[in-house]
Design a protein around this ligand. Sequence first.
Ligand SMILES: [Zn+2]
Length: 482
Amino acid sequence: MVKKKTTFNISKENNFSEWYSEILNKAKITDLRYGVKGFVVIRPWGTRIIEKMYNIYESALRNTGHDSAIFPAVIPEKNFKRESSHVDGFAPEVFWIDKKQGEDKLALRPTSETAFYEMYNLWIRSYRDLPMKIYQRANIFRNETKATRPLIRSREFHWIESHDAFATKKEAEAQIQDDILMTTNIMHKIFGVPFLPMKRPQWDKFPGAEYTIGSDSILPDGKVIQQPSTHLIKQHFVKAFGVKFVDEKEKEKTPWLTCYGPCMSRILASVISMHGDDNGLILPYALAPVQVVIIPFNKEKSKKIIETVQKIEENLSKENIDVKIDDSDKRPGEKFFYWEMKGVPFRLEVGEKELESGEVSVFIRDTKEKTSIKIGNLSESIKKLGEEYDARLLVNADKFFSDKIMDCKDKPKVKEALDSGKIARFNFCSSEEKGAKCAEFVEKELQARVMGTRADLQEKASGKCLICGEKATAVVYAGKSY
Ligand SMILES: [Zn+2]
């Protein structure tokens, strides 16, 4: 008889690609059998993590003066085409809906600036209407031609997009800083995903933006993954939609617009990849659909044990801890492996021994250590363990990330860094248009992308561009991506 494999056990370090595909399947995060390239079904375990992400992000947006709206998923062609650089940038990726007789051709939104601005033209009249800060929770569609990877590169994304309008450029630029801070406070500090805030080079900014600041993280195989971006929109773009306001002196002006787009489904890919280990998922405490699983530890399932676990469940639930009792017929060992693979932070074991001592044994997912806590103040102890657990995930992720950045002094070193799955940091001629040629070289010869310059630091370039030999004016970062 073949023994049923109950453990996950794939090396994340040596075979990330297989690890990633298998964990999405085994932990029931996604199902690829829908049969349309680039579109996946997100199953309940994945959806509940995404729901938690949305809740955290949306409450932060509301706390910073944003309100929510729901816009249609379709954008009429004439609105979509109102600003040329935006059209040129997005046109190849748009899914068009077949035109019905007498109706406008419609685009399935690849992003919603052209939907929001059409309405901001009607909603913004005077300086009293500003700032206007509105976001929506939405799915967007981009017709990716490259190979797709579930959650990482898809044709449908689940994100939030906020579109903010201000009377002055200064306020708009302050919003850009706030957006970066939000990425830090949520994606980095709560979800444990470190990133570099990068000002994109001129040739790689959002189509229609004056400038773009992206946030780049890395996957265990050394591939860079782009996370939330924030953009200062060109006045030209805003004018194309006729958005204007009258200031205090009755003068007509064009407002300054920004947009920010954290993508929950793609952040989930980073969360899974960053924290998981060879036994499966390790989910941040704040995001785990089940934070505590209770395993009653007795064959006969004595009445007293059942009563105790139910009481524990009730107490933890009351404190808003997501808890589940696994009283299925599976063997304890199978249950252990299963919930470990699913990334549940804490497993409580309750048996006769625990009833007598008044303490339960807690298995901690990331360290795989066990500790005992008193049944009396269980919820307090769990919350404290949760904080310590998240702090550990963050420290480990930060260490992993900083080890992935390599300073390079010559061209061979850049190649060496990129080929060994690292982000290369080096002197470069320019992040303005004239650097595009060297970026093209990096793309063609080294199969990597120049990500840009640090948005959070003033890094001073020295010497020559490692690619063309001309005077360096920028310190850039480059990495390989999917
Ligand atoms: Zn150069």
